[in-house]
Write a protein that binds this ligand. Structure first.
Ligand code: AMP
Ligand code: ZN
Length: 476
């Protein structure tokens, strides 16, 4: 497998360090409902895990849930996101975290994403965070200011390397005020103090006063305790490169003296109708909002996977509709395979590429039924994914190849698109209605035949009259 590694800026052959591939994915800050932009990352990293498993690897993955310490700005100022959520909803920070963890896990399931081996909640690792700060301090990497313990980035000579940061430029652009207490503009809080009178519900006593961990620290300590560094692959969004991941790397080096991860993968953002996703533009759609417009989580997943994780993607409802139709088309290919297999015993005659047109069009058996052996089609699909997760190319292979039922089963396992479960065989009642409609048609009772056809359509089943007899297809 070849992956683009952010840390080397190169496409590299992936080689895990041990028998198990250890992966860490930066998870959500649980202070509000995830919008579809937030969810794209988990869809891409799910494909990474599924591809590695299809390649025969054993994967151990940790996904964290940030329920503390993430401030509104990436610097160390501004409101704490959890406090902000609590104020907005008139609930406690703990209730807010609980509610949005639950919501995130529901979204996760509805997108058919493989559960990580460990869901790591930041507040379960506060003791480990304190130990890490002790270690960083013992090794001379920190200093104290009036509002916390800061990391002295000048002490880590490779600090700028990962993100290719211009530290001199950062220093020149630094704002006056609080930053005067910081030694370098890029220094960041590993632990924040809560000042007397300051409202901050989540608080732990450390160094004789109340405080809470800086945001980046949880990832370094969770990786250390749950996976052991260096891990094989660390994933996140491109916005994490200059601050969050740079700081995780620095903390890991200072506390544990080691590299954090061998490979780093970053996905790009989605825009909606060319605009950034934001509350003020009213384009922060959740999965629930898509559902109200008639699109399932699987339609959205299909849309995400039809592009590449490293490209900026522009979301439109037209392109979502196209993704929905493409999935419907795949399900109907599966439906046709069920029927031809049942009809011909073991020898299905599926549509050749390009012949599966819109419903209503009469489709016959393909002219040439030269299908490559099963493993070749699936092998080609997997090969595309092994090339830096090129799901767009893999989808094109699926569109243009004839897949056998076993191929579809494997494709479904590879992408998690519920193609098989959403395309089961029809029930006896529907089968009976199709037979009755066929009998009416043969008896030239067209009124009855049309009535039954409409009834079937109400159940989401359409009929195609082919030379081999009627073929049912899904309409939705
Ligand atoms: P936020 O809640 O806006 O801080 O976003 C949390 C994370 O979700 C960010 O750090 C990004 O990695 C990711 N994210 C936010 N917006 C988008 C977007 N439009 N497209 C893709 N990822 C996004
Ligand atoms: Zn992280």
């Amino acid at each position: 497998m070849k992956l683009y590694n952010t840390s080397t800026r190169k496409m590299q052959e992936f080689k895990p360090l041990g028998d198990e591939v250890r992966i860490y994915t930066c998870g959500p800050t649980v202070y509000s409902e995830a919008h579809i932009g937030n969810l794209t990352a988990y869809i891409y990293w799910d494909l990474l895990v599924r591809t590695l498993r299809a390649d025969g690897y054993t994967v151990r993955r940790v996904l964290n849930l940030t329920d503390v310490g993430h401030l509104v700005s990436d610097g160390d100022e501004g409101e704490d996101k959890l406090e902000k959520g609590a104020a907005r909803e008139g609930r406690s920070v703990w209730e807010v975290a609980e509610a949005y963890i639950e919501k995130f896990r529901q979204d996760y399931q509805s997108l058919e994403l493989v559960e990580p081996e460990v869901w790591a909640r930041a507040t379960d690792y506060i003791g480990e965070d304190m130990q890490a700060v002790d270690l960083m301090t013992e090794r001379g990497f920190t200093y104290e200011t009036s509002d916390g313990i800061y990391y002295d980035t000048a002490k880590f000579d490779r600090y700028a390397d990962f993100a290719k940061l211009d530290l001199a430029g950062l220093q020149a652009g630094a704002r006056v005020g609080f930053s005067e207490e910081k030694r370098n503009a890029s220094d960041f809080a590993v632990w924040k103090f809560i000042k007397p009178g300051e409202k901050h519900a989540m608080r732990w006593d450390y160094l004789g006063r109340p405080g809470y961990p800086g945001w980046h620290l949880e990832c370094a300590t969770i990786i250390h305790h749950e996976l052991g560094e260096p891990i094989d692959i660390h994933c996140g969004g491109i916005d994490h490169i200059p601050v969050h991941h740079t700081n995780e790397i620095a903390e890991c080096y200072a506390a544990y003296g080691s590299e954090l991860s061998r490979y780093w993968m970053h996905c790009d953002f989605i825009t909606i109708d060319g605009e950034k996703i934001s509350k003020s533009l009213g384009n922060t759609f959740s999965l629930g909002d898509l559902s109200e417009r008639g699109f399932s989580p699987m339609d959205y997943k299909m849309w995400v996977l039809s592009g590449h994780y490293q490209g900026t993607r522009n979301f439109t409802f037209e392109s979502l509709e196209a993704a929905k139709q493409r999935r419907l088309n795949w399900r109907n290919k599966i439906a046709l395979l069920y029927q031809t297999t049942a009809r011909n015993g073991s020898c299905p005659t599926p549509f050749s590429s390009g012949r599966s047109g819109p419903l209503g069009q009469v489709l016959g058996p393909s002219e040439k039924d030269v299908r490559p052996p099963v493993s070749d089609v699936f092998g080609t699909i997997l090969n595309s994914l092994n090339h830096n997760l090129n799901s767009a190319e893999a989808f094109a292979v699926i569109d243009t190849s004839e897949l056998a039922m076993e191929d579809w089963r494997k494709v479904d396992e590879l992408f998690g698109l519920r193609l098989m479960t959403d395309s089961p065989d029809i029930d006896d009642e529907v089968r009976e209605m199709i037979a009755e409609r066929q009998a009416a048609r043969e008896a030239k009772d067209y009124a009855e035949s049309d009535r039954l056809r409409d009834l079937l359509a109400e159940r989401g089943i359409g009929l195609l009259d082919t030379a081999d007899g009627p073929v049912w297809q899904y309409l939705i």
